[in-house]
Design a protein around this ligand. Sequence first.
Ligand code: ADP
Ligand code: G6P
Length: 502
Amino acid sequence: MSETAPDSADGNVDSNVATGTGDNSFVVVANRLPVDMIIESDGTKSWQESPGGLVSALSPVLEKHQGCWVGWPGVTDEAPEPFRTERGVLLHPVELTQHDFEEFYEGFSNATLWPLYHNLIVTPEFNRSWWDAYRDVNLRFATDVATVAAPGATVWVQDYQLQLVPGILRQLRPDLTIGFFLHIPFPPPEIYRQLPWRNEMLRGLLDADLIGFHLASNLRNFVELCRGYDMEVSGEIKVREAGITITLPNGHSLGVGVFPISIDTSAIAATLAADTHHESHGELEQMHHNMGSPSTVFLGVDRLDYTKGILQRLLAFEELLDSGALDPKEVALVQLATPSRERIDSYRTTRSNVEEAVGRINGRFSQIGRPVVHYQHRSVTKDVLMRYYRLADVMLVTPFRDGMNLVAKEFVATRADSSGALVLSEFAGAADELTQAHLCNPFDIEDIKKAMLQATWGLKNNPEAMKERMSAMYNQVMEHDVDLWANAFLGALGVLEQKHSV
Ligand code: ADP
Ligand code: G6P
């Protein structure tokens, strides 16, 4: 296929909007702020950490750089004034109406782009009015960024919800340096091309100075797509560098690179140290006792999303109990599932299937007072999450497709003693780095079962080999933390030395 690159990012931009009135030299813009506003029934308002890996990864980066974060406060029709967090990050809320929430967020972002970019695990819906909302909301985000960014500032745009922002910003504020990072996979060109608005979307992205992906495979898909248009592509794929340059017919050129995201290892180490210091071992033992003192604890921690393969891991567990390969008196599976995008049909169906499976498995294999599956459809605090990680013998991370998956890395980071095992989908981005995990094909229940049994068997019968595997993964995660990710991206954007030295 050969197409001509569309030559205008967005015709609706009013070039009189805001020209460098802000004083923030480093601005991150993401659909969500790092905190969601909670409104109680009596009208009381408070804030809590918002869900997802993007927030987990970017929060420490923004704190380090004392940047400004532009994003949605998580509730509709609310526009709180900008405020600074205790850790020095300036939050600049963007208001979304109920209509925006339904058409931009639930619709175009999460019922069109999310399934399209995750290789059609469910069928994307293409709806023209959702696209209009997506354009309107991207324009609003870009306009807000244009008002808060200082002259010559660096703006780092995040994720699939805001792919038109680089193009709009380039028109509003040609003085800015603009980076874009995609936190989810970029699909093969033949899938991307299904998008009716593919030209405008791609054009919006290409006005960035640098685009980052987690994996070389994502980048290859993107470059192959660009080659189908009349663009020049030069260079080679490099990790943590902008190895490839794309030049548009209008002369604009941008870098493209692989930047695998990671976790805040020092924050995890500090939480673990504080927990140990406060002698919370008693609490760990109590948690283990509350589970019925199983000899093997399997753990899943995910947003309740159909991409995560939660049902399939439950089915694998059920079959292992059924066949007698696992003894229900000896094992327990803990599944922590954060509520996510709850009104979208595919999410409702996933939740209902997962909860039905939990009920059925417990009905078949539990004893009164001693469930074999412990399921919680709520978020837990980071401290509590760390305790679950520490309690687990075998961590189950089995997504059908996942940009990276930070849960896998967080679990590994709690294993300074090299204990435990990780069952990991080969379709999680993390599998490129955590090669010592027990890898499995999440579409193949037999393969998930095999990986679960190999991990359990290995821990009992071959502890030294298991320690070697975990130790290799632990070192990998420790040496490639979120600071490395952010510094590599900002370095490749050419701004780190000048403006934001860490
Ligand atoms: P995604 O971004 O798709 O949600 P990731 O695995 O990359 O997936 O990131 C999820 C983040 O959310 C991790 O930092 C993890 O600690 C956090 N998280 C997931 N589930 C829970 C939960 N039940 N309670 C608290 N935090 C959670
Ligand atoms: C993933 C996406 C993020 C998103 C997060 C939580 O990590 O890459 O962009 O913020 O999931 O999803 P939500 O729809 O609740 O923001």
